[in-house]
Design a protein around this ligand. Structure first.
Ligand SMILES: [Zn+2]
Length: 589
């Protein structure tokens, strides 16, 4: 009897499945793409149709099967992913022993938040304590149906009403605290975090309530206007976008998303039929938010507040968005301070403004020109200083050249002078990144380890693994490899190689490996796809290089051995001779 995972894998093809999320390109026996789980420009995400596995050789280093892919993509637990895949494959999951404790805890926290939201809704709609919230929403012209849809509520000005409510539903103080609903004092007393506030549930794209944002309606200057759920096992500020659960489908359909700052900048347009708006909740767009949006659209339109801080936020968002290759536009309302006010003030003007977005670089140029009117040479320099660093980062050369032309015309200077400046900017940037410690731990991997993986990968990926193996292992011996698991895999291959004389059957080969070795083999197998495929001559050279590493290791070992000197020298002499031969080969190849 197959396990549910095996059944799912029989029904759903990994390449087809991943292709429904990102674009895969065929490369040799495998498929490649830019990794969807970290920022990158050169693809290091590899998928194997034969093995039904994927692996990222970039900085995130993630990898696994179809279940793991969905877990990462949707940011869900193993059990959630399994449930969804089973549904897709038309399989019924019978055994409840698959449930895992992480998911159970998450599900319990989601439920706790849903009950809390219902409690806040009740207070707002059905009690006198919610009067203030009701009046505020009426003032903002928010319709009852929208209040219902967003599950807006009100937290009473009490220290323990939510706590007592949830206690009756069998939640402990510790759980409520861990889920961010209670605050713990130094004297070990718990009290409600949200008191006397208009409550906005914060949802993920799948409608789970992750946490809350509470807006104070008091004119009390002592308190923060907004307080949010702190980081919890389910709420992560950097990954949250207010309204994504309601806007997701529309963003996909419109192929565009409007990014706004606050909750009402999302709610008010939504009420008026503009449903592809989400709020970043603050003034900075995070890379996590952009990665999330990248799943639905390639186009971003920033509709942030029309003030200095909003302009700064636009600039900060560019780097990240350009790296993820978004097309970025900006909306400016000259008649209102933010989208919420714009809709309420003049719906026609609002519609007109959002139908005419300005391209981000035009926006930056306008902004700089307003600040420094280009009528004297020093102001021209200031405009250049402000704008060119952004132009320098544009990936597409046609777009870049368009803006260089535009700036040269506006400032009345030659394009050549601008290009010189751009070169200078890029040079200093390269120097900076050269000295910056790299976050990419793969790059710190020793060359000999990389070589080993690469050579082994090339054997197993080639059409004729048997032949390539003969070539490589006439130069080196399995014992020349430095990583024990690599030695084992190779010796198993050599032991079984006659089976593969007429072609390499990878799925047969893995049956000879233990589960631990299988995981290592899968990573090795995909490794060569992460780089250019090398030809046989190159492989020979790499094998000799591995031999050199091995001989040097042996020399070190002998030098550290406590042996009699004569014996030592004899051994060293032999290795030195061998090393000379290897060096000769390396030069001749
Ligand atoms: Zn990655």
């Amino acid at each position: 009897m197959d396990s549910p995972i095996d059944e799912i894998k029989k029904k759903l093809d990994l390449v087809e499945f991943i292709s429904s999320y990102i674009t895969l390109k065929k490369l040799g026996r495998n498929f490649k793409a830019n990794c969807p789980f970290h920022n990158e420009k050169t693809p290091s995400f590899v998928v194997s149709p034969e093995r039904q596995i994927w692996h990222c050789f970039g900085s995130c280093g993630e990898g696994g099967d179809i279940v793991k892919f969905l877990m990462k993509w949707e940011n869900i637990t193993f059990f959630e992913a399994l449930k969804e895949l089973a549904k897709k494959a038309g399989i019924t999951l019978k055994n409840s022993n698959l449930e895992d404790s992480t998911w159970k805890k998450k599900e319990r926290f989601f439920n706790m938040n849903r009950l809390a939201a219902e409690f806040f809704q009740y207070v707002l709609n059905k009690t006198k304590f919610g009067k203030k919230g009701e009046e505020y929403l009426k003032d903002r012209q928010i319709k009852p149906s929208i209040i219902e849809k967003f599950m807006l509520g009100y937290s009473p000005s009490s220290w323990d009403s939510l706590r007592l409510f949830l206690k009756k539903k069998n939640f402990s103080d510790q759980e409520m605290h861990e889920n961010g609903l209670l605050v713990l004092t130094d004297s070990a007393r718990y009290y409600d975090r949200f008191r006397g506030r208009l409550m906005f549930p914060l949802c993920d794209a799948r409608d789970h309530i992750l946490g809350f944002s509470g807006r104070s309606l008091e004119d009390n200057v002592k308190e923060a206007k907004y307080i949010n759920t702190p980081e919890t096992p389910i709420y992560h500020k950097r990954e949250t976008l207010f309204g994504i659960n309601l806007a997701r489908e529309s963003i996909k359909k419109e192929k565009n998303v409007f990014l706004v700052e606050g909750e009402f900048d999302m709610i008010t347009p939504y009420q008026n039929g503009f449903s592809n708006f989400v709020a970043i909740k603050g003034s900075a767009v995070t890379s996590e938010q952009l990665m999330l949006l990248k799943r639905y659209t390639e186009k971003l339109t920033l509709a942030l507040d029309a003030d200095e801080a909003g302009n700064e936020a636009v600039k900060r968002g560019i780097d990240e968005a350009e790296r993820l290759e978004f097309e970025i536009n900006v909306i400016k309302f000259d008649f209102a301070k933010d989208p919420d006010e714009a809709v309420r003030k003049d719906l026609v003007a609002f519609k007109k403004a959002i139908s005419k977005p300005i391209h981000i670089y035009d926006f930056l140029i306008d902004l700089a020109l307003k600040k420094h009117p280009a009528d004297d040479p020093f102001n021209k320099k200031k405009v250049g200083d402000e704008v060119l660093p952004y132009i320098a980062k544009i990936n597409n050369s046609i777009v870049k050249s368009h803006y260089l032309k535009k700036i040269s015309a506006l400032l009345d200077v030659t394009e050549y002078s601008l290009e010189t400046l751009i070169k200078k900017i890029n040079r200093s940037k390269n120097i900076q990144s050269f000295y910056k410690p790299t976050a990419n731990n793969k790059k710190n991997e020793k060359r000999e380890d990389i070589l080993e993986k690469y050579v082994l990968s090339s054997i197993f990926q080639s059409e004729n693994a048997y032949k390539i193996n003969e070539i490589i292992f006439s130069i080196i011996d399995p014992s020349d490899l430095s990583i024990p698991s690599h030695k084992k895999i190779v010796s198993i291959f050599i032991e079984k190689k006659e089976l593969f004389k007429n072609g390499f059957n990878i799925n047969l080969f893995v049956t000879f490996l233990s589960p631990e070795l299988r995981a290592i083999f899968d990573e090795i197998y995909l490794f060569a796809s992460s780089d250019l495929i090398v030809s046989n001559e190159n492989l020979e050279k790499l094998a000799f290089e591995l031999k050199r590493f091995s001989l040097k290791r042996q020399m070190n070992q002998i030098l550290n051995e406590e042996n009699d000197e004569k014996e030592k020298n004899k051994k060293l002499l032999l290795i030195t001779e061998e090393l000379k031969e290897v060096e000769k080969k390396l030069i001749s190849l």
